[in-house]
Design a protein around this ligand. Sequence first.
Ligand code: KG4
Ligand code: ZN
Length: 348
Amino acid sequence: MLVLGIETSCDETSVAVIDGAGRVRSNVIASQVGAHAIYGGVVPEVAARAHLTNLPGTFERALGDAGAALEDVELVAATAGPGLIGALLVGFSVGKALAFARGVPLVPVNHLEGHLFSAYLRADGSPAREVVTPFHGLVVSGGHAELVRVEEGRVVPLARTRDDAPGEAFDKVARRAGLPYPGGPVIDRIAAGGDGARVKLPVGRVSDGTRDFSFSGLKTAMLREFARRGVDGSPLEPDRLPPELVDLFASFQRAVVSALVERVEQIHAEEGICRLALSGGVAANSELRATLARWGDERGVPVLLPERTLTTDNAAMIAWAGLLRFRREGPRDFAAAGARSRWPLGIE
Ligand code: KG4
Ligand code: ZN
């Protein structure tokens, strides 16, 4: 069985082909980072237009790389939300049209569910790991921070961010410092050479008794630190920062990682985590990966780290989540389904 995946929720146009065992046969990503870099963030209208331009070529290459023809595709999985509505509409409409034209089932995929199961995929073409429930998932990206429990057939949200997502915090802090976009990978690299215990920064907590995350206080604290050090947003060369700033960025990264791991620890204490799957763009972060791996080792909890190439938005994870949903639910009529900008995890 071959599954075609389509992802256009934000600024990557991606088409992938996987087989019934979750082997990634192709996973083509056309990134728009260059188109948005001059604005320091994703511009929705620019994204939608770029998807329209990039999708046909991405689709052809994905089939070509997989050595497959459209006739071989037996299931179409397309991201239906959450994300930028104009961007989503491009990929979801194309997915619908392909499924309709070929007479094969369509599965609308929740982008976050795509991330959630991505830790089970392998990038080297071998079959996916077996998905055993229950497991806990930590999805951390440019738009989301979600800690969930995955049970057979349902996802139970446990904590989410109240304000900025962790990736958004990385991007905003980098932008205010005059560092290149996107800020996550840049700060990750800078922080590797710094002392993360140097500057005490507030780890976000919400005071209403929920387990939700908050990252806007940390961002504000960083802006204060910038002001104190005369960092005014004029372009900075990441590889030539004064040691004091290197330590500041390392401390910022440490604070984000601590906030995430602290919450994982709390959930573990409350309900016991038997397996943890990390995912999302921020799952590429070296310190987060190392800290969670250590956390799992110390507690005897297996921690699944996604392959770095599968952490950012890609269609292989959408095809995989679509296949899992199809196997759970069987064929359904999604002719009337639409794209939705808001689609929280755990909601049908
Ligand atoms: O999952 P993703 O591709 O898109 C969303 O669904 O949001 O995540 C992109 C986010 C960006 O904010 C980017 O800065 C962040 O992931 N990111 C990182 C790293 N690589 C990407 N953040 C921290 N460390 C990294 N190494
Ligand atoms: Zn994403």
